[in-house]
Design a protein around this ligand. Structure first.
Ligand code: DGL
Length: 271
């Protein structure tokens, strides 16, 4: 059996990370888990997330037995990584804003961070700025609207009506950053629209770096043959059609289902 990785997010955002991992390592089997019942994370209190994230991830790891867990969510990683690493005995890879890369590319001056309202205020981000971007000024923009729009965009492919008006006051200002970190895994899903509206901005995310990190941690990965599966939380939640369809771009989805209240995965074998 091919080695497997569990990729976790609140919603569809982590698919932007899954896509990078799949392209680099098609022999890894990938389980995608979205915490649909608690979505969105970016508007939740820290204490709620600190309880919720380990609860869901530890149970899912127990059920699915992956070799690596990827927390494909900046909001979750910037808060709960130490706790998850304490509770799990497999490598836990976190996705955090690529401030170091942006600072290196910008070489000083103003850089931007576009992330959820929760992430932009995290001490973790202050630390990243202090450690890797001391010579830069970090301009932060928190948006949960963009998270919602990315979910819709994956489903219907229509550029969100309010996208330009939402970001224009920030990105069209005279002191606007030319390098902007997409510090939420949902946002790379909107990259084509963002690049079309602001072609002069360098949009920076962590996807490719995370895939390389997973490659470093993986052992004995075959050239191909990795399977794909998709799970979500909340027995009342509808099946995430857009996520399932997106995954099918990479191959058949062999297993899908709900991580129920009793945390037993009620999965069905499907194609
Ligand atoms: N995709 C998540 C992140 O990277 C957050 C989305 C949410 O607010 O649930 O931050």
């Amino acid at each position: 059996m091919n080695p497997s990785v569990l990729i976790f997010d609140s919603g569809v955002g982590g698919l932007s990370i899954l896509s990078e991992i799949r392209q680099l390592l098609p022999g890894l089997s990938l389980h995608y888990l979205m915490d649909s019942a608690a979505f969105p994370y970016g508007l939740k209190a820290d204490d709620v997330l600190m309880q919720r994230i380990p609860e869901v991830c530890v149970q899912a790891v127990r059920e699915l037995q992956p070799q690596i867990l990827v927390i494909a969510c900046n909001t979750a990683s910037t808060l709960a990584l130490p706790l998850l690493r304490q509770q799990l005995d497999i490598p836990v890879v976190g996705v955090v804003p690529a401030i170091k890369t942006a600072a290196a590319q910008a070489g000083g001056g103003r850089i931007g961070l576009l992330a959820t309202p929760a992430t932009i205020n995290r001490p973790y981000v202050d630390q990243l700025q202090q450690d890797f971007a001391a010579g830069c000024e970090l301009s932060r923009f928190g948006s949960s609207k963009l998270v919602e729009w990315a979910e819709n965009y994956l489903a219907d492919g229509h550029c969100p009506d309010g996208l330009y008006g939402h970001l224009a006051p920030w990105l069209n200002a005279t002191d606007a950053p030319a390098h902007v970190v997409l510090g939420c895994t949902h946002f790379p899903l909107l990259r084509a629209e963002l690049s079309r509206l602001w072609p002069e901005v360098r949009w920076i995310d962590s996807g490719a770096a995370i895939a390389r990190r997973v490659a470093t941690l993986s052992r004995n990965v075959p050239q191909d043959g990795g399977t794909l599966s998709c799970f979500w939380t909340g027995t009342q939640q509808p099946a995430p059609e857009a996520a399932l369809k997106y995954l099918q771009n990479f191959g058949p989805v062999s297993r899908s289902g709900c991580l129920g209240a009793d945390f037993l995965i009620q999965a069905s074998e499907s194609v």
